[in-house]
Write a protein that binds this ligand. Sequence first.
Ligand SMILES: [Zn+2]
Length: 367
Amino acid sequence: MDSWLPGYTDFTPYCFIGSDPSIQVADLIDEHRNWDLVAISTNFGQKLKIPSKLRIFVWKVFHNALPVTAELNRKHISDTPFCPLCKAHRETINHALFFCTRAKEVWHLSHLTFDLKMAVTSTPDEFLLYVSANTSSFEFESFLVCCWSIKFERNAEYNEKLTKLPAAILAFATDYLAKYQAVHAPTMNSTSLAGPSTTPAPASTMVPPVTPWTAPPVGKFKLNTDAVCNKALGIIGIGADLRDSSGFIIAALSKSMKGCFKPEEMETLALAHTLKWSINLCLSAEFIETDSLMVVQGLKTAFTCNSTFHTILKEVNYLVSFFPRAQIAHVKRFAKTYAHVLAKFALTVDVDCSWLEEFPPPLMTIM
Ligand SMILES: [Zn+2]
């Protein structure tokens, strides 16, 4: 344990998505031997364009560390586990942020596209990961600011201060994020030198196009695969996840291979290895998705060519015959964040990893 602390330099993070691959665990701990939230958010959450006080709020939600009565009651600090506002349900983090009377109205008014019902059966960390995997960065940031505004207003109501109506909470959150991002966007800063206009763009024009992961119908399963390469080390990483209609991960794979391949060869190899892994574990899938259009088209076309790509395609064709009802489709990369993260994770470890009915730890880095 001591080897983690500043002064020792042997330990590196299990996995991360920051920009500095040489970072050590000690770099994430401050001189008081507490986690350095700024260093952590810089290296693990750099994609989020939100103020640091919100990062701390998100960190607390993710680690189930917000003071809610269900949790305080469990620790014998509060007499009751019930919500102090609606008094009808236990005040868990998910109740406070998503299901208490006013929170529900805020989400009803918002145009965010994820399924809020997922929060009924998820822990806060699982739900955040689900939302982050199924929304664009901007939508996820909007979602987090909304959660924070809802919690802020709950505190105000509990302390008998004047509180906002649901529409006003939503408007405040949208405006707050737009102003923060306008001030912190490098391009906007440089253009502001040319003239006095710094009015932030309306929220709707700032949302990038997105193809979220779509769930298979009830009772069916979807398999997503992806491949990434590290040319310098000459290895490719393969990632796969099998999810059910609620988005829950039934199984996941993270596997590395030596060699350098063309993109379409990598994606076909990822598919071949994922199918073999599924067959070995007796997993079924009615829907299979890859981000290589060439692979999907190749599988639909008769061919006589003997290139590396076509040789692997033939193997995939054979392996697919074990999934007689499966449809193979092409999806854009951002529709399958899980498989992509698992593929990237494979580049950082020497062993293949496979998870069954448990949340794969590498996906925590999506945060
Ligand atoms: Zn309540």
